[in-house]
Write a protein that binds this ligand. Structure first.
Ligand code: FE2
Length: 379
């Protein structure tokens, strides 16, 4: 079946099933990490996330600890185990630090659970209600690729710091935010020949539609190849590109990810800013490391993307990449992996009309990634 036929089929399925899973946005992203206290310090100091809430021994939680941090609409939860054994330790041993939960904000967590499980989703958490003096939060959850899960979060008029079981975390240490606004998209890497399966999962089980499609001819270098499709929910607030490795001359970055993560998982989180020059300047001065394309990228980039509002010089100095589609252009930059293993990284993106994901930059980027892979001996 060609890609076109597949997308038409997906489109029809989506039209038939529209609105069974209305999503209000991303509620939070939870990472299982080896040392949540130190990871929290990193996301505060380097990334400007603000402290929000805490759960641990002091709040009556005996076996794990969680820090909740937020910057504008982006909320992250960092969780570490306090004792041996158990699901969190197993996750960290297998995957290293990584995203466990992509939580989605809904009006009705029980209905979200029912609608997705009856369409074939594997249950992670049956609907449960958490209550304290600030109100109640209803949670439910389903599995997605690898050991990653989606938790549906129904907040109603809950007025506490995060959710029942957490207390306000209010330290004096509060480095300034860096201008990050919301999660633009989150990318999953899946195994060989699994991309279509997971795109169909998002179409059938969650009512998403395919946004754009490009094949491995579009994104391959001498060494690396991958295939990618972007799935989006109805209102476009949730966008999940899915990558699978494709045959190249040497090991692709997707394969490297799958090898070190021990399976499918979240490859990168793209965070939106209104001023990428300011945001990236801040991040660099706080020690965040970005991938670098060769200076020659800037010799020809304006021939490719045409006129842009920004001066090229600061973009070049910071290594910010530019791409254009039919609706406008975008500015983007990718960090090196933010964990010990060469797995997850973060993208900074500023959209100036463009709705795509920077395909025009992939070749230059892959070559930059391959230089890093070569240093790691994993190419
Ligand atoms: Fe991206």
């Amino acid at each position: 079946m060609s890609h076109d036929t597949t997308s038409l089929k997906l489109k029809k399925e989506v039209e038939a099933a529209e609105d069974f899973l209305p999503l209000l946005g991303t509620d939070y992203v939870e990472l299982y990490v080896g040392n949540a206290k130190q990871a929290a310090h990193y996301y505060q100091s380097a990334w400007g996330f603000q402290p929000v809430a805490y759960a641990g021994l002091e709040t009556g939680r005996k076996d794990s600890v969680s820090y909740v941090l937020q910057q504008d609409k982006i909320r992250i939860v960092l969780t570490s185990p306090l004792k041996e054994g158990g699901e969190i330790n197993e996750h960290i041993e297998k995957h290293g630090d990584g995203v466990k939960v992509v939580a989605l904000w809904v009006d009705d967590a029980a209905k979200s659970y029912e609608e997705t499980t009856k369409r074939g989703a594997k249950s992670f958490m049956e609907p449960k209600t958490l209550e304290d003096k600030h109100g109640k939060v209803v949670l439910s959850g389903i599995h997605t690729y690898g050991e990653t899960v989606h938790v549906f979060v129904e907040r109603g008029d809950y007025e506490g710091a995060f959710m029942p079981g957490f207390k306000v975390w209010n330290p004096e240490y509060r480095p300034e935010p860096v201008g990050l606004k919301f999660i633009d998209h989150m990318v999953g890497n899946v195994g060989w020949n699994e991309m279509r399966k997971w795109c169909e999962f998002y179409a059938k089980v969650m009512g998403f539609a395919q946004l754009v499609s490009f094949d491995d001819k579009d994104i391959s270098t001498d060494y690396t190849a991958l295939m990618s499709k972007v799935m989006s929910n109805g209102n476009g607030r949730i966008k999940f590109p899915i990558n699978e490795p494709a045959e190249g001359k040497k090991k692709s970055q997707i394969e490297e990810y799958i090898e070190f993560y021990n399976g499918a998982g979240v490859q990168h989180i793209a965070l939106a800013t209104d001023n990428i020059i300011e945001t990236v300047s801040q991040l660099k001065s706080r020690g965040v490391e970005f991938l670098h394309v060769p200076d020659t990228y800037y010799d020809t980039v304006l021939d490719r993307v045409g006129k842009i509002d920004e001066d090229l010089k600061p973009l070049q100095e910071l290594g910010i990449l530019i791409d254009r589609d039919d609706e406008g252009y975008l500015l983007q930059l990718f960090t090196k992996p933010v964990l010990d293993r060469p797995t997850m990284f973060i993208e900074i993106i500023q959209r100036k009309g463009a709705k795509s994901f920077g395909k025009g930059n992939f070749k230059a980027l892959f070559e930059a990634i391959e230089r890093e892979q070569e240093m790691r001996g994993t190419l």
